[in-house]
Design a protein around this ligand. Structure first.
Ligand SMILES: [Zn+2]
Length: 285
């Protein structure tokens, strides 16, 4: 059992915490906050938990008909309108995790089919749509785990969790969304930027509103790593902890950023994934 299992269980047993940020520690300097980008939806009454072996498909004709129809604007919250992550700090053990709307998956898959213009099979694009949503939201989960690892000594000593303050930091959300999209794109294909599946995903995501469309700033390996370091720094800033010698700056954290961010593979993750069946078209195999 992974160490993250214990820290997630620990947070679940102490929470749910208020989504409001905790007051900064005495002598802490709090940075000014823009509002966070995301408003978390209500937990739906109906959802189906899925695992890494499950495959969701739609009738091919329905996807291709939708792709041939009129093109619509992407939603303001990009992929987070079609799926979302309910953090374990704010939800009970039976409700936290990733939610993917069936209608959102269908919409994204049909948009990718339109982008690819027949160069890639509909079946493959459907798969890419699923993993774009999943890997974007899984990134949000790994950020919460990173924050939980970072805050653990403070929480164990009776302090407040860092995550609510971080979650409410608009500047951090901007970078987190760019990185979440970069992560989702980086995991497609594995054959470089010329992979047609990745090209279709990039063509779609660059059409989305800012900051989601700015993910290319974090696509390269070094940029991606430095972006995660930015998030760690924001976790400390948001709670006014930068003044502590231990946390003086993100480059001087006791461990490398990779020690805070867990594996991004769904198979190794503790994160429940649920489909919200709101369209009545999908088949689950
Ligand atoms: Zn997101």
């Amino acid at each position: 059992m992974s160490a993250d299992h214990h820290i997630v269980q620990d947070i679940l047993s102490r929470g749910p915490f208020s989504i409001q940020p905790a007051p900064p520690l005495p002598a802490g300097k709090k940075i000014s906050h823009d509002p966070p980008l995301i408003t978390l939806p209500e937990i739906p009454d109906d959802s189906i938990e899925v695992g890494p072996g499950d495959i969701i498909t739609f009738p091919r004709e329905d996807l291709e008909d939708a792709a041939a129809g009129p093109q619509t604007m992407p939603p303001p919250n990009s992929l987070d309108a079609w799926a979302w992550y309910a953090p374990f700090h704010f939800y009970r053990a039976d409700a936290w995790g990733i939610y993917i709307r069936e209608s959102g998956l269908f919409e994204l898959a049909s948009r990718l089919v339109r982008r690819a213009q027949g160069t890639v099979s509909t079946k493959k694009l459907e798969h890419v749509a699923y993993y774009l949503l999943l890997d974007h939201e899984l990134f949000h989960h790994t950020v919460e785990v990173a924050c939980t690892r970072l805050q653990y000594p403070l929480l164990a000593a009776g302090g407040a969790p860092l995550y609510p303050s971080y979650f409410n930091c608009g500047y951090a959300s901007v970078h987190e969304e760019m990185l979440a999209n970069a992560n989702a794109v980086r995991r497609i294909g594995g054959a470089g930027l010329s992979c047609p599946l990745r090209s279709a995903a990039i063509a779609e995501l660059v059409s989305h509103p800012r900051p989601y469309c700015d993910f290319q700033a974090y696509l390269a390996d070094r940029k991606y790593v430095s972006g995660k370091r930015v998030l760690l720094a924001r976790m400390l800033d948001a709670a006014g902890l930068r003044h502590l010698p231990l946390y003086h700056n993100a480059r001087e954290l006791p461990l490398r950023q990779s020690a805070y961010f867990p594996s991004l593979l769904w198979e190794n993750s503790l994160c429940p994934v649920r489909i919200v069946p709101d369209l009545g078209k999908m088949r689950l195999n």
